[in-house]
Design a binder for this molecule. Structure first.
Ligand SMILES: *[C@@H]1O[C@H](CO)[C@@H](O)[C@H](O)[C@H]1NC(C)=O
Ligand SMILES: *[C@@H]1O[C@H](CO)[C@@H](O)[C@H](O)[C@H]1NC(C)=O
Ligand SMILES: *[C@@H]1O[C@H](CO)[C@@H](O)[C@H](O)[C@H]1NC(C)=O
Ligand SMILES: *[C@@H]1O[C@H](CO)[C@@H](O)[C@H](O)[C@H]1NC(C)=O
Ligand SMILES: *[C@@H]1O[C@H](CO)[C@@H](O)[C@H](O)[C@H]1NC(C)=O
Length: 495
């Protein structure tokens, strides 16, 4: 039954702790993880869970503790001598639906590949420690995850006698970066890497994120951003009077009236109502179904149509966008209480709502990456209500005072030194990017220097679009990108 629950939790039917205090879109990550599940035709069986024994700490020979990591296999298309395709799991439960669909499965059919997917440590069912306390989370890092991939490869080679088979790695979003870094750090283990929508530059204050959201909203016409800006100004004004605050609390359906003397609640309010736009833009029209089919028909056109609807006052339009998202994610009221959110994110049991991935992912942002989507740029319509200090405050409030700005800045510097950031070296990596995806701002934006490194630009698409199954009506650029990526894989395999 526990099994059922974990799987069904993604489909929102078995609501394991989907409480209101955690917004549906937090720090650029929707519940479930940044790469949504692809849509699925048919309902044949999915491959079963399999387990590999891993070291807890790959970088300490004296520490012999081990744990069980989950993986999946699809060998339907495999022919002896064929390649091995490795899908890298990320900051959410590894969804076995990827084992039967997606662009990589189409490639596997053509190249007769063995498909394997390894769940990322600390996410889904891959629990290296008994809980997610700060003490336990010290073994959660991209470097440990890369070492897991390396030892998993060894294990599979031995188990299946794959001594001479070439491996290709795949990943989207954070695992897109992992895919590139796997090839960078272990070039003898992987013949080439597809690194989709990967943020390769760790950055504390990711101000470009909302700027790209603005640019993407602008593709519907100039009105949308102008109206958001004016609605933002109107909300700001309302926050200045008691009556205005009462009206806002009603309009945005807050669970309890906003207390403007609590600065973090006000910041959380701003971050939540802007998050509605960010989350929709990030996945605009992707052929995906995260949390089941929920929300996939809410596009930036839908939001902009509401913002441009002159039959309503501006603030009401802003509130209507919020109501639409609340209805979509089945929230009865909007809980913007900062203390309630922090309290949930401090829970360290694997059964808690935070352990769905939010707690682990925020830990990685607080130690390795930053990536805070703040309102610190003046060139965007969402005001200045969720500055960097608000994100940093969360690090110390959730994990403890030692997680402060200076320790994080050290961590970010280390990440960029370790992997090379946008000057990543290495060879045989392809970097697809989508023009409207806010994350592209930290990705590879032009053909990098170095042999066999390629950017693939996909005009008009959002986060990880090229990984989802093709469908009727995909823009020609997207279909072309899938072909281009296939061409690179072909080259790597034939060398
Ligand atoms: C592999 O994927 C194909 C395509 O979706 C599917 O038909 C097949 O059942 C899968 N095989 C396994 C072992 O899951
Ligand atoms: C609050 O709402 C009432 C009723 O709709 C309206 O008359 C009033 O002008 C609003 N006040 C503010 C400050 O928004
Ligand atoms: C999206 O789809 C749902 C379920 O089919 C439907 O109830 C809703 O009205 C649709 N929303 C929009 C904005 O098209
Ligand atoms: C941040 O935390 C580190 C580690 O606990 C500590 O040494 C340092 O003094 C702290 N810095 C600030 C500015 O609080
Ligand atoms: C993506 O890569 C292409 C090809 O190098 C580049 O021209 C483009 O500017 C990039 N696009 C974005 C949105 O980063």
């Amino acid at each position: 039954m526990a099994d059922m629950c974990t799987r069904l939790a993604l489909l929102l039917t078995c609501v394991v702790g989907y409480t209101a205090a955690l917004p549906w879109f937090l720090h650029g990550r929707p519940r479930g993880g940044m790469l949504g599940s692809p849509g699925r035709a048919g309902n044949g069986p999915l491959p079963p869970d399999q387990w590999v024994t891993q070291r807890l700490d790959h970088y300490n020979d004296a520490d012999l503790r081990t744990w069980q990591q989950r993986y999946f296999v699809n060998d339907t298309f495999f022919k002896p001598g064929g390649p091995v395709f490795l899908m890298i799991g990320g900051e959410g439960t590894a969804d076995p639906i990827w084992m039967v669909t997606g662009a990589w499965i189409e490639y596997a059919k053509e190249f007769h590949a063995l498909c394997v997917m390894l769940e990322h440590r600390y996410y889904g069912k891959s629990h290296p420690t008994e809980d997610t306390s700060v003490e336990s989370l010290q073994y959660l890092s991209s470097e440990q995850a890369l070492a897991d991939l390396a030892y998993f490869r060894d294990y599979m080679v031995e188990k299946r006698g794959l001594t001479d088979n070439k491996w290709i790695s795949f990943g989207g979003s954070y695992p897109g970066s992992l895919s590139a870094w796997f090839r960078l750090k272990y070039p003898h283990l992987v013949a080439g890497a597809v690194a989709t929508s990967g943020p390769l530059l760790a950055e504390l204050d990711f101000v470009e994120y909302v700027e790209v959201v603005r640019d993407s909203l602008a593709t519907t016409g100039p009105e949308c951003n102008k109206n958001i800006q004016e609605a933002t100004d109107a909300v700001k004004q309302m926050l200045g009077t008691q009556e205005g605050v009462e009206n806002l609390s009603k309009l945005f359906n807050l669970c309890s009236p906003l207390d403007v003397s609590v600065a973090n609640d006000v910041a959380n309010f701003w971050s939540t109502i802007s998050g509605n736009f960010m989350g929709v833009v990030q996945y605009n029209k992707d052929n995906r179904e995260f949390e089941g089919a929920v929300g996939t028909n809410i596009t930036l056109d839908v939001l902009c149509n509401i913002m441009n609807d002159v039959s309503m006052p501006l603030v009401d339009r802003y509130a209507a966008v919020n109501s639409l998202m609340m209805k979509t994610y089945q929230q009865k009221c909007l809980d913007i209480s900062y203390s309630a959110m922090v309290k949930e994110l401090r829970e360290t049991s694997w059964e808690s709502a935070a352990s769905e991935g939010g707690r682990q992912w925020i830990y990685q942002t607080c130690t390795e990456f930053g990536f805070y989507q703040t309102s610190d740029s003046p060139n965007q319509p969402f005001g200045d209500g969720f500055p960097l200090s608000f994100s940093l405050q969360q690090c110390s409030d959730i994990y403890g005072p030692q997680f402060n700005q200076s320790t994080l800045m050290e961590g970010i510097k280390r990440t960029n030194t370790n992997y090379g950031a946008l000057k990543i070296a290495g060879t045989k990596i392809v970097f697809p990017n989508g023009s409207i995806d806010p994350w592209h701002a930290l990705g590879i934006t032009k053909d990098p220097k170095g042999t066999d490194l390629h950017a693939v630009y996909i005009k008009g698409t959002a986060h990880c679009a090229n990984m989802y199954p093709a469908r009727f009506g995909d823009p020609p650029e997207l279909a072309q990108a899938r072909e281009t990526i296939k061409g690179h894989i072909q080259n790597w395999l034939s060398q």
